[in-house]
Write a protein that binds this ligand. Structure first.
Ligand code: AMP
Ligand code: GLY
Length: 423
């Protein structure tokens, strides 16, 4: 079967890498892909949100399955457009992807279906939002409603900070229409975990739990990024907690979306805060694979990915059971100096080949090949991902590989995975 992978980041490289191992796959295209996907796929110069061009390409090539990586095309309705054209596409419909695309919609689903989440208020005007902040006091969290590339969340420790956040979202419109509405919620304490599951709208198959590292600096300090590293399994998420997450979060969300007439298919990703008492509380739902969580998760997945994705699309997930390698995986993200702020592009990267081995894969994110040279082209550049007997060995192998890679200004956290071995 011919496959089209939509997107061009580390997540899409990992999906392409895993699908390339699938006996049922004859050819993979990646749109737009990156120099990493080019090792397993033919890159096609179509942007991830150019739905019409992607659809035409899929029809022309006789694509059997299109796998959509990023949230933007999903919320723009790429899956609906493909299905109308008789094409198979893995991911939720535009109506179902609103779970990620509107935080207010997501909160209302959680409220209606009793999914544990932070208490909140929702506002389309600044004045009542400011009143709510005065009434609740700090600390408090202010969020732009719409998609803001992970930047629309302000953790405010004083009422002044919260007021400033409302002003920049609603009055200065720093996120454009994504900030026409704000959600203001209670600040939750605890440790975060990423819980991803594949669903066909009825059955829900959990993937191995993972933990991300959102903050740019060691010790979870500094501004949030798309994610500076991830590991799986997440010892924080015990078997008992996993069962609780399935029963109180994942299954109610899938049932709830079906009851709302927006059946949810694809990956459902719950960003969770595990409270100090050990209870899962939902920070947000995403409608796609996590980046960088997908890199360690797919390195640990023993089962063939293609039948899993096809079973989601065709409503046959009840018959699927997944097998995992009994190993740990750690992904260390190497970023351009300055990220998540301004950074330079076009810097030559050396050593990627030396860093790779049987147990280490270097997933590309912000890279480009120009005149045969591998150059930086984005904030998150590489996701150096290693498998080990346990998290400790995976960390050691990942950092040994990172040390072999060199580009001017390269930055990475040196404490990825430490949380998992703190005791
Ligand atoms: P979100 O995009 O809603 O997941 O928020 C991005 C990040 O902000 C999360 O991964 C958390 O680190 C943090 N965050 C969001 N909401 C809260 C909250 N209510 N309490 C504490 N931290 C939060
Ligand atoms: N790593 C966070 C995300 O994919 O949203």
């Amino acid at each position: 079967m011919k496959i089209l992978v939509v997107g061009g980041g580390g997540r899409e490289h990992a999906i392409t890498w895993k699908l390339a191992k699938s006996p049922g796959v004859t050819k993979i295209f990646a749109a737009p892909g990156n120099p990493g996907t080019a090792a397993h796929a033919q890159n096609i110069a179509i942007k991830a949100d150019d739905i019409e061009a992607l659809k035409k390409f899929a029809i022309k090539e006789g694509i059997g399955l299109t796998v959509i990586g990023p949230e933007d095309p999903l919320s723009l309705g790429i899956v609906d457009a493909f299905e109308e054209a008789g094409l198979k596409a893995f991911g939720p419909s535009g109506a179902a992807a609103e779970l990620e695309a509107s935080k207010a919609f997501c909160k209302s689903i959680m409220e209606t279906y009793n999914i544990p989440t932070a208490a909140y208020g929702e506002f389309t005007e600044a004045a009542p939002a400011l009143d709510y902040i005065r009434e609740k006091g700090a600390p408090i969290v202010v969020k732009a409603d719409g998609l803001a590339a992970g930047k629309g969340v302000f953790l405010c420790f004083t009422e002044d900070e919260a007021r400033d956040a409302v002003k920049s979202i609603m009055e200065d419109k720093v996120f454009g229409i994504a900030g026409a509405r704000v959600v203001i919620e209670e600040l939750l304490l605890g440790e975060e975990a990423s819980f991803l599951a594949i669903t066909d709208g009825e059955s829900v198959v959990p993937l191995a739990p993972a933990q991300d590292h959102k903050a740019v600096f060691n010790g979870d300090k500094g501004p949030n990024t798309g994610g500076m590293g991830a590991y799986s399994p997440a010892p924080l998420v015990t078997k008992e907690l996993e069962a609780e997450i399935m029963d109180t979060v994942m299954i109610p969300a899938v049932r709830g979306m079906a009851a709302e007439g927006r059946p949810y298919k694809g990956v459902l990703y719950a960003g969770l805060m595990i409270s100090p008492e050990g209870r899962p509380v939902v920070l947000e739902f995403n409608c796609r694979f996590g980046d960088p969580e997908t890199q360690p998760i797919l390195m640990r997945l023993k089962s063939d990915l293609l039948p899993l994705l096809m079973a989601s699309v065709e409503g046959r997930l009840a018959s699927i059971e997944l097998e995992w390698f009994d190993k740990a995986a750690v992904c260390v993200v190497m970023s351009s100096g300055g990220y998540p702020g301004a950074y330079e592009k076009g810097i030559e990267i050396k050593g990627v080949g030396d860093a790779e081995s049987d147990s280490v894969t270097v997933f590309h994110a912000g890279t480009a090949t120009i005149d045969g040279k591998l150059l930086t082209s984005g904030g998150r550049v590489l996701g150096v991902t290693a498998l080990g007997r346990d998290i400790k060995e995976a960390i050691e192998k990942a950092y040994e590989a990172v040390a072999k890679i060199d580009f001017a200004g390269a930055y990475y956290r040196t404490d990825i995975g430490k949380k998992a071995i703190k005791d």
